[in-house]
Ligand binder design. Structure first.
Ligand SMILES: NC(=O)c1ccc[n+]([C@@H]2O[C@H](COP(=O)([O-])OP(=O)(O)OC[C@H]3O[C@@H](n4cnc5c(N)ncnc54)[C@H](O)[C@@H]3O)[C@@H](O)[C@H]2O)c1
Length: 452
């Protein structure tokens, strides 16, 4: 099939390359010439495991092209995907101006019947809006249909998620229109649900809101555990093994971030209110998520001795909003670093992939080449992102390098008892803090075998 994908961000680029890899002829369009120039030179605008190789292979085989020329890309295509950003407005509603621009571009280029697919996350009713924009702006008397095909990929595993999605949701005005998408996705051999456009749009928001609620629920439980002397990691394990609950998205931490959950929860709340529906459960999910980093930051201050952190050096491990991505949108590291700088601390940071993106926000903090450089001379080490390479640090080395062996772990990566034995003061989320006893002070590292 001839396919056009408008928007070459996390969703558009990954979707485009996977369709090409399935044998389709795909043209990816973006309005940012620098992005397209880079892609034409094999430079990826985002970090995503496996992406670069897959793009190179499909470009070399002639199935994948990148352009800023929307007209020709749309004209060649039978199916046009809109995968542009849908950022939040101040009031929580969704800014649909990029979707509108893309739809106007499609309308201008429309030369024969096409299926226009909304892959961007858009509020219920946007399918009708896109139809209206195209109808009003089209220059030729040709027909078209608008379909909703929301995307569920996760950054960090986007290629796999696109190749092996749990389900493919197709919201179409008729079975015949849905067939076009069913045919396109058939080679993936994944479960597909065909429904109407509005229901498909709602499936996306309802899913993200539910997952965000699981995270906030785990965080609320963590806060009780912390006071009551329970261990939230054991509690969520015990809950998650119940098949009706499941372990996914049930970890306590410093709250969800990223480009989707924060904006999609606020957008759904806004949609609910616009229909006169109360949704206090979702409001509480959002509020819990806003409180969570504040609680963690308070813990940092308490451990370091107060509001004024002048003269203290703090190391940050992990900047991206989650592991395996370079995406900094709504990353909790931004809140933590901003607070530390405001309190007068010196901040050193390390992330395997996201440092370049962070430099545009915090150009003046120090960036280390690895975790050990950041630990050197630090009065505290703060774990913000759960990168694999932080899970098995050489703590003997870390302790020897730090000015004070203090770790605040926003992701519950370590066993508190082990860290205590290794001579650290250790604070995590939803578990009792531990401090080394005199007998277990730093030098005990060399005497005691460590049971992991
Ligand atoms: N990032 C994710 O993990 C994820 C997952 C599922 C769904 N989504 C949804 O998918 C959509 C896209 O998200 P993203 O993270 O890929 O966004 P992004 O910001 O990474 O990419 C959007 C791209 O669209 C381009 N663009 C905007 N207007 C354009 C136009 N008129 N013509 C051509 N290009 C245009 C931008 O230049 C940008 O490159 C959003 O609605 C988002 O909520 C994202």
């Amino acid at each position: 099939m001839n396919i056009c994908v408008i928007g070459t961000g996390y969703v558009g680029l990954v979707t485009g390359v996977v369709f090409a890899d399935m044998g389709n002829d795909v043209v990816c369009v973006d309005k940012l010439a620098a992005k397209i120039d880079g892609l034409n030179q094999g430079i990826m605008p985002i970090y995503e495991p496996g992406l670069e190789e897959m793009v190179a292979r499909n470009v070399a085989d002639g199935r994948l092209e990148f352009t800023t020329d929307l007209d020709s890309a749309v004209q060649k295509a039978e199916i046009v995907f809109i995968a542009v950003g849908t950022p939040p407005r101040e009031d929580g509603s969704t800014n649909l101006s990029y979707v509108e621009d893309a739809a106007k571009g499609v309308a201008r280029a429309l030369n024969r019947y096409k299926v226009i697919v909304n892959k961007s996350t858009v509020p219920v009713g946007t399918g009708d809006f896109v139809r209206e924009v195209i109808e009003t702006n089209k220059r030729r008397a040709v027909d078209f249909d608008v379909v909703s095909n929301p995307e569920f990929l996760r950054e960090g595993s986007a290629i796999t998620d696109t190749l092996v999605p749990d389900r493919i949701v197709i919201g179409a005005p008729s079975k015949i229109v849905a067939m076009r998408l069913l045919e396109l996705y058939a080679p993936l051999e994944r479960p597909m649900i065909v429904t109407d456009v509005a229901s498909a749009e709602m499936i996306k928001y309802a899913s993200n809101a539910f997952l965000a609620t699981k995270i906030s629920f785990a965080n609320a439980i963590a806060n009780i555990c912390e006071e009551a002397g329970a261990d939230v990691t054991q509690v969520v394990k015990g809950m998650g093994l119940d098949k009706r609950i499941g372990t996914a998205f049930l970890n306590a931490g410093i709250g969800y971030g990223g480009s989707c959950f924060p904006k999609d929860t606020r957008s759904l709340l806004h949609t609910a209110q616009s229909y006169g529906c109360e949704f206090p459960l979702l409001a509480a999910t959002i509020q819990t998520n806003e409180e969570q980093p504040k609680r963690f930051i308070a813990k940092i201050h308490e451990a370091l001795g107060g509001d004024d952190l002048k003269g203290k050096t703090v190391g940050i491990l992990g900047l991206a909003f989650k592991a395996n991505t370079d995406d900094m949108r709504e990353a909790k590291s931004l809140d933590v670093i901003a607070d530390l700088l405001a309190a007068g601390a010196t901040v050193k940071a390390y992330d395997p992939i996201a440092m370049e993106n962070t430099k545009s926000v915090f150009p003046h903090i120090t960036y280390g080449a690895n975790a050990y450089e950041v630990a050197t001379g630090a009065d505290a080490l703060i774990i913000v992102t759960e990168w694999n390479e932080f899970k098995n640090l050489n703590f003997e080395r870390v302790s020897a390098l730090m000015a004070r062996p203090l770790i605040l772990d926003g992701r519950n990566l370590y066993d508190p008892e082990r860290l205590r034995r290794l001579g650290f003061e250790y604070h995590s989320v939803g578990r009792a803090s531990t401090a080394p006893t005199a007998k277990h002070a730093v030098h005990s590292l060399r005497e005691e075998p460590v049971l992991v």
